[in-house]
Ligand binder design. Sequence first.
Ligand SMILES: [Ca+2]
Length: 385
Amino acid sequence: MKNALENLARPSLVLVNNQSFTYDPYLRAYPQIPKGLALHEIWDMLIIGIFLGVRMNKNYRFAVPEKKKIRLIVDTDCKNEADDQFAVAHFLMTDKFIVKGLIASHFEMNHYIYGKEKTMAASLAEINKVVDIMGLTDEYEHKIFPGAVTALDNEIIPNFSVIAAHGGAEELLRNAAPKPSWGSEFIIEEALQTDDDRPLFIACLGSLTNLASAILARPEICERMTAVCIVGGPYPTGGFEFNLIQDIAAANVVFSSAMPLWQIPENAFKQIAVSLAELQVRVAPYGDIGEYLFTQMVEFNDRMGDVLGWPPGESWGIGDQVTITVLLEEGRRGNYEWRPAPVVSPDMFYVQNPNSRVIKVYNSLDVRFTMEDFYAKLMLNYGNK
Ligand SMILES: [Ca+2]
């Protein structure tokens, strides 16, 4: 297997690699977005922007009205299995989204391939790889950030029963400590900036550590952005779910916070099922990115050949893309309900917290809308390559 860290040799990330992803809150040494630009730099960016715009949108015979675009941060455990890569490609081909940054999440509860405290680095390398293959390296060079290496390390979980008994969002937030990273710092920076008042969303496709850390460090960001999270088992009971087990404490922070939350639980996100034959026909022929998305999924499927439980063999629950679905579709579709945010128990069951705020919980998602939009964008942007 190729070393997942080799892609970190890109100049903008050498510092990250050398520092082994440790974060020094005093140095604040994460890649800075330039605040002031010389005239020739602005001209260069305009030329690059025009070039990229033509390349990415040359066959879109429509334009998304500027006022209907949204700012977006994508937080992804990109190398965990094989579907985040599809979602990243879908986000970057969608004109409604102004992708301000991509953050790498850890998946430490599934560290067996990459090793302990190396899963975030694997995600970071994979985000860079997908962006490079799509030909967008220059556009996103300063927009890809390492997240936390491990989950929150606080005492929320052991204290859960006490916290739940006291109805406690406030107690949860008081007991939790953030795990700062360049990713969580970027969330805060983007949420608190005042230059662009278009709505800000964060799509969380993996563990919630980075979002929870940002909330704990600067709770005022909750008034300035909305979270769309693929997390949790089906209601009303909950139970095991992969993203949730990565950091149950972080999920409790997000549920208990004041940030508007659209939760997509497992019974909803698993509805986006595709077959490998479908992907061979609809994805693999379209550019280097189409070939990569398909082959990396087939390789992962082969690697898991002796694991009987999952994946099923020739299909995939391509769940991460539902974050795109809910941000693109009409809001009055009625495929969700409003529920009081629960507290999550150590075994991932939902415990009702009658004092909590309400969150939007999706119960169904449109597979046709999701996948046809993705296939069409892939064909329009990479059909001749
Ligand atoms: Ca994921």
